[in-house]
Design a binder for this molecule. Sequence first.
Ligand code: HEM
Length: 142
Amino acid sequence: MPLTRAAFEEALRLYPPAPSINREPVETDHYRDLVLPRGAQVLVMPWTVHRHRKNWDNPEAFLPERFHPGNREKIDRFQYLPFGAGPRVCIGASFAMQEAVIALAVLLKLYRFDTVGETRPWPVQKLTTQPEGGLPMAVTRR
Ligand code: HEM
């Protein structure tokens, strides 16, 4: 289960379902030397933060070992934001992690998932990150 969890966390790093998080200051605010005027549209981009070369070694590679026990603890709270952060952090984060990891572990134990000729994954943002045209796979019972 820890390895399944690590693979899922790495998938959330490369393909965060919420690739951008929006805020609009109700009053003029400041962040470091930035002025954020009232009504400004502020985008925090987990997609970019999760792939920034200053934050990650080999950022484009799928490397679940980043999230293995012993490595996971070294990831800064604000460099990995699939569930957001702060007062509006996702209230379903723990539930979503449990559900996804159990579902993934059970499915992978029973079935094989193989790419096929038509599998051409391409991420698009339609509010959430989605595979354009779906993600056809061949499923066989183990
Ligand atoms: C992989 C699954 C999920 C992801 C990636 C995700 C991601 C997020 C993110 C990034 C936010 C913050 C949005 C913001 O700051 O503007 C959020 C908020 C929220 N999420 Fe999730 N979420 C997931 C699953 C769930 C589930 C399963 C539930 C409910 C059972 C849930 C309920 C909520 C609620 C109610 C908020 C709003 C919290 C607030 O504004 O105080 N989410 N989610």
